[in-house]
Structure formats: C-alpha cells, structure tokens
Design a protein around this ligand. Structure first.
Ligand code: AMP
Ligand code: GLY
Length: 423
C-alpha cells in the first residue's frame, strides 16, 4: 500500500511513525514533511497548501490513500480535488471542513443537531453586536468566523475589550474575510479536553481523550502557543463524558450533516469544555490536533493504515481500533522566544540518546543541514513517552527531554500536572 501524508509538523511525523509500525508498513510519502519524516518516508518538495501540485503528484503516483494533516488544505478543497481523480482521502470534503472553517456554520449545525454549546449570535455589523453585548454577560467571547491561525478568539473581560475586538474584526478588517463575520458567545467555565472521533460518514470510533497545554509557561501562564504538551487519557473525560460525546455530540452532528448531503469522513476533533453545566462543545476542528496527536495516535495498538482506509471507504467497524492500555505524555521543546520571534539554525543533539531511553521524538520545526538536524521552527520537537500510568509517563518523557539540547531550548515542566488533581 502507498500512502501520502500532507503536512510538516509533529502531528504528521507521529502519523507517519505510527503507519510505519504497521505489520505490513505502507510505502510512505510526505508533502512536505520534516527532518523526522525523512527517516521513514520520502519527503516531497510540495507545500501542504499547494493543491494543484499535490493533485499532479497523486495522479501520477496513485497513492492508495492520502491522509491530510492540517486544516487549510481541507478547507480549500484538497479532499474534493483528489476524489475527483478517483483517489481516496482521509479527511473531509470542503463542505464538511466548514465545521472548522466557519465558526458560524459550526454553531448553526450544532444548534440544528441539538448539540450543547455556548449560547451565541452571529454578526456582520459591529453596532448591532455592541448593542446586544449585555445579553451574554462578561466575560464574553468574540470569534472571527474563518480560519485565523488560532488568533481569532478574544475572551473579553469587559465591555470595552469586547467593543475593541468587534471593531478590530468587523470594521478594521483585522483578519480580512475571515473576520467579516463574527460569532459572539457566552463564556463557559470548566476544563478543556480534546476528543478525536474517527468518522467514515456514518460510523464513529472515539480515540481516548487528551489535554493540551496552550500557555507558554508553567501553571498556564504566559502567552498562548500552538500547544506546549499533551497527555492521554485525560481523567476528566470519564467514560460517561466519552459516551455523551459519542451519542449526544458526534453522532447527531453526522446525522445533521448527512441530512444536508454532506457526509463527514476523517477525524472530527471535538474541543470540549467540561464544567459545572456538563459537557459543551467549544469548537470542532476537521483534523487531528497538535500536539494531542503525538500522544493519541501512538496509543493505537491496531494497524493504523486499515483504520484510516476504512474511514475513507465508509466501512469503519466497532472494535477496529484497539488501544495500548498505557498513559502517554508529550513535552514540546520550543525555540527561545517562542511564541514570539525566535532564532533558527541551532544544531540539535541527543535525539538518539532520548530515543534510547524509550521515548519517541517527533520533529515539528526541524530541517537537515549537511547531515545535521537543526531547529527551524517555534515548536522544534516533542518528546513522547508511555508509562503504566500518567506519573510514570511524565517521568519517562522528562528523562528523554533531559537528553536533548539546542541553544535556548525551553519546555514546560508541568505537563500533565493538572491530571493529578483528578486522580
Ligand atoms: P476556539 O478556537 O473556538 O476553540 O477557541 C480557542 C480557545 O478559546 C479555546 O480552546 C478556549 O480556551 C477558549 N474559548 C473559546 N470559546 C470559549 C468559551 N465560549 N468560553 C470559554 N473559553 C472559550
Ligand atoms: N492542540 C489544539 C489544536 O490542534 O488546535
């Protein structure tokens, strides 16, 4: 079997790595990949958003499956373009990817499907939005409708902050077309969890819940990042929460989309808020999360390629996904200054030594320069470890982290600490 993976982050390295562990490993290609995927796959010099070049390559090489990592190409119609050539894709169509690509669409689908989510309204006019702010109380949440690279959500503590965010998006065009419409919604309390639902259009298999750590520094302080670490399983996502997610969130959304003639296949990422009011959906994403993938995907014990292919072909079956019964933790090593500006080109040492301790090192922002692995991104790499429980997995991950060095590297020291409050 021949598989093409689209993307270049830690998520894609983890997907490629897991596919390479299958009993009959597929022949792997990655567009564009990174220094980590290069060891397991043939990296192609094609950008993840270059749909014409991806389609041209795929028409010529006929992969049995294309697995799309990031949201941008899905929202731009990559799955549709490949399927039009008779190729199979793990990832939703452009119409289904709007669950991530348009927050207004996503909320409207949730409402129609009876899925619990924050009370909301959609606006294109700032004066009207401002006039109705009091209906939501404070803090209030203001969201750009479209893709805004994780920067389109403002939690406004005061009326003044909310007005500024609305003017910014609706009047000053801060996010261009992505912010020409906004969702205003009530603020929800609680703890967040990420649940990945594998979908084939009708059937659903949930993977174990994970928690991400968005802030740059320990104790959830500092600026927001793409994610500084993750762990699974998340004790807050009890079996009851998981059953609710499947029965009251994912299945109703698939039914509602099918009613509209939009089958959803691929992974539906449910960003949940679990609090005193129960489980609510904060957002849907049309792809795996990063860095959650680096703990969740390695936790899959069954062969991975057949599962992904079954999703693409509409024949996902209950029990197809077996799991390792272990906890997993991943800790991101970032460049100095991240998430602000950061230097590039620092040589990285100790990756092999970290792997010798039993860790898996997934590359995110790395490149090969004259045979040497160097840092070229903000999130440089992430170190994943298993353990019989979360404590053991944490210790194992930090043992691996201790082996890896590059100038100015920083990581959080408290990944998974919030889980211990529930144990
Ligand atoms: P989103 O992209 O919609 O998930 O929003 C990004 C982040 O903003 C989430 O992961 C939450 O931390 C936070 N957030 C979004 N919506 C809400 C809400 N209604 N209440 C509280 N926090 C929220
Ligand atoms: N880790 C959150 C995300 O991938 O959006």
């Amino acid at each position: 079997m021949k598989i093409l993976v689209i993307g270049s982050g830690g998520r894609e390295h983890a997907i490629v790595w897991r596919l390479a562990q299958d009993a009959e490993p597929p022949e792997l290609f990655c567009a564009p990949g990174n220094a980590g995927t290069a060891a397991l796959a043939t990296n192609l010099p094609i950008g993840a958003e270059d749909i014409p070049a991806i389609v041209t390559w795929a028409k010529e090489h006929r992969p049995d499956l294309t697995v799309v990592g990031p949201e941008a190409p899905l929202c731009a119609g990559l799955a549709d373009a490949l399927e039009a050539e008779g190729l199979k894709v793990f990832g939703p169509s452009q119409a289904a990817a709007r669950l991530e690509g348009s927050k207004g669409f996503s909320k409207e689908v949730m409402e129609a499907a009876g899925v619990p989510t924050a009370r909301f309204r959609v606006y294109t006019d700032s004066a009207q939005a401002i006039a109705e702010l009091e209906d939501f109380g404070f803090p209030v949440v203001v969201k750009a409708d479209g893709l805004a690279a994780g920067k389109g959500v403002v939690i406004a503590k005061t009326r003044a902050e909310a007005e500024a965010a609305l003017h910014d998006m609706l009047d000053a065009g801060r996010f261009g077309a992505a912010g020409a419409e906004v969702v205003v919604e009530e603020f929800l309390d609680g703890e967040e969890a990420s649940v990945f639902a594998l979908c084939d259009g009708k059937h659903v298999e949930l993977l174990p819940a994970a928690q991400d750590h968005k802030r740059a520094y320990d104790n959830d302080e500092g600026p927001n990042t793409g994610g500084m670490g993750a762990y699974t399983p998340a004790p807050i996502a009890t079996p009851e929460v998981m059953r609710f997610t499947r029965e009251q969130i994912v299945l109703p959304v698939l039914r509602e989309l099918n009613r509209r003639g939009i089958p959803y296949k691929g992974v539906l990422f449910c960003g949940l808020m679990i609090g005193s009011k129960g489980v609510r959906v904060l957002e849907f994403n049309c792809r795996f999360g990063d860095p959650e993938t680096e703990v969740v995907v390695p936790s899959i014990a069954s062969d991975f390629a057949p599962v992904l292919l079954a999703c693409a072909e509409g024949r996902l079956k209950e029990g197809m996904v077996r799991l390792r019964n272990e906890a997993a933790v991943t800790v991101v090593m970032a460049a100095p200054g991240y998430p602000g500006s950061y230097p590039k080109g620092m040589p990285i040492t100790g990756i092999a030594a970290a792997e010798a301790t039993g860790c898996h090192v997934f590359h995110a922002g790395t490149a090969l320069r004259e045979g040497e692995v160097v840092a070229v991104g903000g999130r440089v790499l992430t170190v994943t470890a298993f353990g019989k429980d979360l404590r053991e997995a944490v210790d194992n991950a930090y043992r691996g982290i201790g082996e890896i060095h590059f100038d100015g590297a920083h990581c959080r020291r408290d990944i998974a600490a919030k889980a211990f409050r529930h144990l």
